[in-house]
Design a protein around this ligand. Sequence first.
Ligand code: OGA
Ligand code: ZN
Ligand code: ZN
Length: 375
Amino acid sequence: MAELAPWPATSLLREASAGDEAVALIWDDGERAGFPLIWLRDHCPCLECRHPQTRERLTVPLEEATLRPEASLEAGHLRLAWADGHVSQFAAGWLYQRRPEAPAQSPLPARRVWRDAFTPVRVRHADFFTPAGESAWLEALLRDGLVLLEGGPLVDEEVSRIAECIGPQRPTNFGARFDVRSKPNPNNAAYTAIGLALHTDLPNWRQPPDIQLLYCLENAAEGGESLFADGFQVAEALREQAPEDFRLLSEIAIDFRFQDETQDIATRAPVIECDANGRVVEIRFNNWIRDALRLPAEQMAPWYRAYRHFWTLLHSPRYQLDFALAPGEMVAFDNRRVLHGRRAFDPSTGARHLQGTYLDRDMLESRLRVLARQA
Ligand code: OGA
Ligand code: ZN
Ligand code: ZN
């Protein structure tokens, strides 16, 4: 069927009848569905209609009239003989999964906003390299927007090795893999020892990195604890407490910009982005790289009020997760949803070294679908 995901091999057809518009099917369990003729012809899995190696569709559903085929059952599966001589054979279970009224099936978890006392899922480093452990890690990350890995080795580039089990590392102007420690001539607040207020990385990019991995190699300095908040949870709290402030942050686009000797990367977008149904889908929040505020003068004061309100809520202890990463631990989070930060540290008291990289969400979803089809 040109399909790698499994379908229920046991559900067979009891009846098939072709009309001028559709084929009506009844399965063994009594379930019924009607498939339009154009749909069936478009989904023909034969070697002329689907490339045998790539599994990609080779035909275009251009034919206006797909004339009524002869429908018959072969060992419980559907056979259609079309008027032009073409024959299509469909596995009954494959059609069963695709009944127009069937509930959508997906191995991907729904997003779940943090509630008070959110405790992140922890996965052992060794378990990550098993299908069950990797699935648990992926599910928690896609659902909660944050997951921890623990008990990993203290070796350079372990973060890249983990990332590449999932997909290619997403490069940015800071490289595909970056070191977080205090450096001479820093081009980024993270490369100093100062505290970092909650932020999302790279909101100055049209498409900020989806997922961030931070792997702790050393954390012996005083301070340097990690801070997180679920931007979706706090945005909902803002919507409830101050709908006008929420409206300003979600409707007014502002400029974000990073500049150094060789780069000037800028985009204009709202702090809170909603989809067409008003659901929050992205947070862009990074006070260092907010560019000059370019708005009609009368919008400026209300926008600052809304921004301060959101800032205050985000940093209130009620919404914050606060813990020190131990060497060998890695935090992974949804950079377009969960904000991160850290307390200041004192580099004279010991070393602090994290290695980080980014991944595309598509690669996480892909891994979870592949693992689900192997399960
Ligand atoms: C970063 C960052 C956090 C930390 O590198 O983007 O926010 O704990 N680092 O140092
Ligand atoms: Zn065909
Ligand atoms: Zn950051």
